[in-house]
Design a protein around this ligand. Structure first.
Ligand code: G6P
Length: 612
């Protein structure tokens, strides 16, 4: 969590920092701050969003061609002006921004206090900047050497940038377990948590590795060394990111844009990987690991939030199509429960951001037990793809709305391709069904186009239910994970309590909640469990619940029973999650807008959860 950005060069730093912070706001938005050096070091920070920071610093001296900026998601210390970054050293000559957690901050703070240090905030970050200055003064070393020594004494995760009044031509950055990318321009550098603040200035980037320190200066020099003092040759890569991909493009919110992008993003997930006519699937990342997969005793899928839901769909697909036993685990549970796992297991780690702390820790654990780790991630160059043995990117493009939409459908698309590929290879699926599913999959984007045309109808439905206090979502088999995902979308962005349930489980509890006040969204598309789901609708109706049913086009029977229906194009039930989730995303979106919620940045959430 937290976004960091920094600039050194010939341009004015403040506009670059603020624009960058807006782009990084998905990482946290409870307070923000900047520091620039003009004649002196100026620090402006306050509680609230980047827009609040802009107002706060409007009449202040914002000059300077070197600066750092931060947008925060609080871990240590409540979100307020004092705890906002940047944080000062004791002499107020050094300032630091930080993304991550310094786990041993308490003993370090005690030690520093004994040596006379006084702290203003409750943060772990302030301890680090005091420690750096303490080392610099006590050991009489350069600032970068003090940073290096300090980082050797730190336990935890960090991406930091340091600005010093006494070194106005230099920035020092370092990282461990939190992402950091450096944009290399003409005698200028941009440093950020991801490439979005950098893309319009340069396409040349260096991704810093764990325990590396970068020192950049105005002469255009970039030096990288490890915290063990080994020199590293910077590896400059070309950034594959377009500016349009990270702008709203005329939509009111990123979330709406991303929902509408799905026909394209699903195509992008399949691009170069599927040839339905020839019956060929080629997923680059899996090629060298095919045997590992086909011989796997078990696949374990790990993820968090929406990625975990995509994993559940994966479980149904891998078991049915490739006959490989699958377990789906919350990364946060898996990592702490001493799981039985070994060399014959393949772990699929799913993550949009590629940075989720629990997922990363679960990967490390599984790796240490000899399992093969395969990543399914969206953000190119992020930490998880660089930690796994192999993997496939989902290629959904940048997802900025905090509630995940197009990343989910892209994850499910890639998992479907993998399951089909393995099933075909193992002979656990007939050639004709394989080919049928491939053509069905290719048709999914145009079917989603059709659903998107229902936007106004769904908006109308949203207006009927915008004041509901609870919602129940029911699905069965392949659409059970969709019920979970629909409920998650609604609670994340509209703050309405919502629960997703397997339709048949309703009888074991949630049915007690049903009365005329309870909207129940039922995914009742055609498939093996269709009749059973229809019975579940009857059970809800018998208790006066209000049923909103997602049904297959032309299904008059379901239409007759539900209070409201959303008709979606027919597809094979294995692909139903890709189709039926879309109206639920739109329903959540419109309800949240009607309730006046901040759709793209819901309270207390962050897109990239880099703390456990
Ligand atoms: C956060 C986000 C969710 C996301 C989850 C997992 O909670 O708000 O949208 O599903 O993290 O993130 P990942 O990047 O690993 O998919």
């Amino acid at each position: 969590m937290c976004g960091i950005v920094a600039y050194i060069g010939k341009r004015e730093a403040y506009p670059i920092l603020v624009k960058g912070l807006h782009r990084l706001e998905y990482r946290g938005y409870d307070s923000a701050g900047v520091a620039m050096i003009s004649d002196k070091l100026n620090v402006y920070k306050c509680k609230g969003k980047v827009a609040d920071l802009e107002k706060f610093s409007e009449s202040k001296d914002r000059k300077g061609s070197i600066g750092i900026g931060h947008t925060r998601w609080a871990t240590h210390g409540e979100p307020n002006d004092v705890n906002a970054h940047p944080h000062y050293s004791g002499s107020k000559k050094i300032v630091l921004i930080h993304n991550g957690i310094i786990e041993n901050y308490a003993p370090l703070k005690e030690e520093l206090k004994k040596r006379g240090h006084k702290f203003e905030s409750d943060t772990d970050t302030e301890v680090l900047v005091h420690l750096i200055e303490d080392i610099q003064q006590r050991e009489n070393v350069s600032l970068d050497e003090a940073v290096r020594i300090a980082l050797n004494n730190v336990v935890g995760a960090y991406a930091i940038v340091i600005l010093s009044e006494e070194n106005p031509d230099m920035l020092i950055a370092a990282k461990k377990s939190s992402p950091m990318v450096i944009g290399v321009g003409q005698e200028e550098f941009f440093i950020a948590s991801d490439a979005t603040p950098i893309v319009e200035y340069t396409k040349n980037v260096v991704y810093l590795d764990d325990e590396e320190i970068a020192i950049v200066n105005r002469k255009g020099e970039l030096q990288i060394k490890t915290i063990r003092n080994e020199n590293i040759d910077p590896y400059i890569q070309e950034l594959q990111l377009q500016l349009e991909a990270i702008e709203k493009g005329g939509y009111d919110h990123f979330m709406l844009k991303e929902i509408f992008e799905q026909p394209r993003s699903i195509k992008d997930s399949m691009r170069g990987r599927v040839n339905a006519q020839q019956g060929v699937i080629s997923v680059g990342g899996i090629r060298d690991y095919l045997q590992k997969f086909t011989n796997a005793k078990r696949i374990i899928i790990i993820g968090c939030g929406t990625s975990w839901h995509a994993g559940l769909v994966g479980e149904y697909l891998f078991e049915e199509l490739a006959r490989i036993p699958v377990e789906v685990e919350y990364a946060s549970e898996f990592r702490y429960r001493n799981p039985v796992i070994g060399e014959d297991d393949v772990v699929i780690a799913i993550s949009q951001s590629g940075e989720t702390a629990d997922t990363l820790a679960a990967i490390e654990l599984a790796k240490s037990k000899g399992a093969t780790i395969f990543g399914v991630c969206n953000v190119v160059g992020s930490t998880i793809p660089r930690t796994t043995h192999a993997g496939s990117y989902t290629h959904a493009g940048p997802e900025i709305g905090v509630a995940s939409t197009k990343a989910f459908t892209a994850q499910v698309t890639v998992l479907t391709l993998m399951a089909l590929l393995l099933g075909h290879r193992k002979g656990t699926i007939s050639e004709s069904h394989y080919r049928e599913l491939l053509s069905e999959l290719e048709a999914v984007p145009s079917k989603i186009e059709k659903i998107l045309k229902l936007n106004d109808q769904i908006k109308y439905l949203a207006s009927i239910f915008a004041d509901a206090r609870n919602f129940l979502y029911l699905g069965r088999s392949y659409t059970f994970p969709v019920a979970l995902e629909g409920a998650l979308k609604l609670k994340e962005i509209s703050y309405i309590h919502a629960e997703g349930y397997p339709a048949a489980e309703m009888k074991h509890g949630p049915i007690a909640l049903i009365d005329e006040e309870m909207p129940v969204v039922v995914i009742a598309t055609k498939g093996a469990s269709y009749e059973k789901v229809i019975s579940n609708i009857q059970e809800v109706k018998a208790r006066k619940g209000k049923v909103i049913a997602v049904v297959t086009e032309g299904d008059d029977a379901a239409k007759g029973m539900a209070d409201y229906v959303i008709e979606v194009p027919e597809t094979d039930e294995k692909l139903a999650p890709l189709i039926s989730v879309v109206p639920l995303q739109l329903l959540a979106y419109h309800i949240a807008v009607l309730r006046g919620c901040n759709v793209d940045q819901p309270r207390n959430l962050a897109k990239s959860v880099t703390v456990e």
